[in-house]
Design a protein around this ligand. Structure first.
Ligand code: CP
Length: 304
């Protein structure tokens, strides 16, 4: 990989991403190995998690290594101690750091001051590990990436940003539908243009039906991300027309897949029962967090 850390999808070249996907497929077949024998991952969490916590912990176990969970109550990132001090000290104990932070600047600062690789396990700007698992799932389900059209419906949040960047990097068309005020930030759109490959194009609209029409992949996420709970009532009102229903999904290609990073808010961004529809790949997508992250961990550990 081009740098020490994995904080943003744009830390990867297209070749890096394709290599990680191939390695993840290989490791999914292999099962347990000793590639990270004797290595320790420090996992810092400022927010709750099911998938990220368990999949990173199990990934280290299956690679012959070990993971340590560090809650923010214990270490007080930036409060009990400056991030620069936490980063430099923890680097003397562990071989890799994974951090889930509120502010993107916190995980970026950890990467700046740590002497070991830092992985972004979700910040307010990006969720790059989720996206690698998402692209792995699309590749498995569709047998290819090039020429596919990915549609994201809803809030232009961290998951949308990382997915857009990956689509740009690979050269997959990205369509995005949100109400006014919920767009993906301009700085992410500019970065996507800078890293885009081939004939990649992005279409943004306020009409979910237009965005879903003829799509190969239909993707959504929660309307209220962690840390935005006080806005949830307003967000439910603003995003009310952007629920994925069977009628909306029927406008996509008949073999389109339906994706969501989970947890799902049933009855909000997903109509009740959509998780169990024939086109839903959510549980396979969640499993792929494990395989994608094993590949990311092995690649970053190589730089040590
Ligand atoms: N998708 C995801 O990151 O899930 P968790 O918040 O449970 O880790």
């Amino acid at each position: 990989m081009k740098g020490k850390d994995f904080v943003s999808i744009s830390d990867l070249t297209r070749d890096d991403l394709m290599h990680i996907l191939n390695l993840a497929l290989e490791m999914k077949k292999q099962g347990n190995t000793s590639k990270l024998s004797g290595k320790t991952l420090g996992m810092i969490f400022e927010k709750p998690s099911l998938r990220t916590k368990v999949s990173f912990d199990v990934a280290m176990y299956q690679l012959g290594g070990h993971a340590i969970y560090l809650s923010n109550e214990e270490i007080g990132l930036g409060k009990r101690e400056p991030i620069s001090d936490v980063a430099r000290v923890i680097s003397r104990y562990v071989d890799l750091i994974m951090a889930r932070t509120f502010a993107h600047g916190s995980v970026a600062d950890l990467a700046k001051y740590a002497t070991v690789p830092v992985i972004n396990g979700l910040s307010d700007e990006e969720h790059p590990c989720q996206t690698v698992a998402d692209i792995l799932t699309i590749l498995e389900k569709k047998g290819k990436l090039e020429g596919l059209s990915v549609t994201y419906i809803g809030d232009g949040n961290n998951v949308a940003a990382s997915l857009l960047l990956a689509c740009a990097l690979i050269g997959m068309d990205f369509r995005f539908a949100s109400p006014k005020g919920y767009e993906i930030p301009d700085r992410i759109l500019r970065r996507a243009r800078d890293i885009s490959f081939g004939s990649y194009q992005i279409i943004t609209t306020q009409n979910p039906k237009d965005a879903v029409s003829g799509a190969d992949v239909v993707y959504t996420d929660v309307w209220t991300s962690m840390g935005q709970e006080t806005e949830s009532e307003q967000r439910r009102k603003d995003l009310a027309g952007f629920t994925i229903t069977s009628e909306l999904l029927a406008k996509a290609k008949p073999d389109a897949i339906l994706m969501h990073p989970m947890p799902v808010h049933h009855g909000e961004e997903f109509a009740e029962g959509m998780i169990d529809c024939a086109q839903s790949v959510l549980i396979d997508q969640a499993e792929n967090r494990l395989h994608a992250q094993k590949a990311i961990l092995v690649e970053l550990a190589k730089n040590q």
